[in-house]
Structure formats: C-alpha cells, structure tokens
Design a protein around this ligand. Structure first.
Ligand code: 8DG
Length: 133
C-alpha cells in the first residue's frame, strides 16, 4: 500500500497582491517543480503549528496562519500526498530560500505559467479564480 503523507503549504501574499512561489531544488525529491513552501505535518502538531515551523525553517521568517484554503489529495507513483494549503501573512522577516532553488512573487494571473507539483494544481486554480485587486 502506498504511504500517505499530510503536507501543509503556505499561501503567502504580499502588499502588491502577489503570491510567493517556491521552486523545489535539485537536492529535494520532486526537483524543479514549483510549490507552496511548507512540508510534512509532524505527529502531535496541528496545521498552524506545522506551517509556522516549516516557514521558519525554510524561509527564515515568521508567519501568522489563517484559514485552510484548499485540501486536496494527489496520488503520485510512489506515495500519496494530502496537501492542505493555508493562507498566511508574514509578521517578521523577509523570505530567504534556505532550501529552495528560487523564490518568486507572482500575480495570480501568471501562476499557471509555472510547472507546479501536481498536488498543487487545484489550489493554484482556486487562487487564480479569486478576485484580483
Ligand atoms: N512543501 C510542499 N510539498 C509539496 C507540495 N506539493 C507537493 O506535492 N508536495 C510534496 C513534495 C514532497 O513529496 C512532500 C513534502 O515533503 P517535503 O520534503 O517538502 O517536506 P519536509 O520539509 O517535511 O521534508 P523532510 O525534510 O521531512 O523530508 O509533499 C507543496 O506545495 N509544498
């Protein structure tokens, strides 16, 4: 049976209404795909705790986590990912790519120009449907 992992991803928007997109590095599994920064939820952690910890580790900044934005399960060849995206706001620091190949801020309209991890596609589509200011 395939292993199922629970993963949280942060949807971080800046004051220009751009979304933070992160490129998985060549050292990571599933390299060269774009994702929402985050990672696996550890045992005993709630989603909010997990996303704050992951963002601190990966981007060296602190976020406030709001509501769940999208919850989608995707079956990859070797495992199943339940990706839960959460809207977040940076409350301290500026994102630094400690682990990712690149970080970019993109307006919603351009999100589909990136090659996203398959589990992220529904969240990306939902974001693109949100009203652009
Ligand atoms: N972080 C993140 N992972 C995603 C997304 N979409 C998606 O399919 N994944 C997959 C890639 C990985 O197989 C898995 C998350 O693993 P990870 O390697 O980022 O998690 P982690 O930081 O806890 O890693 P680790 O050091 O414990 O191995 O979920 C996404 O938007 N963000």
């Amino acid at each position: 049976m395939k292993k199922k992992i629970k993963v949280v991803g942060a949807i971080i928007e800046n004051t220009n209404n751009e979304i933070l997109c992160a490129l998985r590095s060549l050292q990571m599994p599933m390299p060269n795909l774009w994702e929402f920064p985050g990672g696996k939820v550890e045992e005993g952690e709630n989603l909010q705790e997990a996303i704050k910890r992951e963002i601190n580790e990966e981007l060296s900044c602190r976020v406030e986590a709001f509501e769940v934005f999208n919850d989608y399960t995707h079956e990859y060849d070797k495992f199943i990912v339940n990706l839960i995206t959460i809207k977040c706001k940076i409350i301290e620091g500026t994102p630094v790519a400690n682990e990712h190949g690149a970080l970019i801020w993109l307006k919603r309209d351009y999100l589909s120009s990136l090659n996203w991890a398959p589990a992220d596609v529904p969240a990306v589509e939902e974001l693109m449907k949100e009203i652009n200011i």
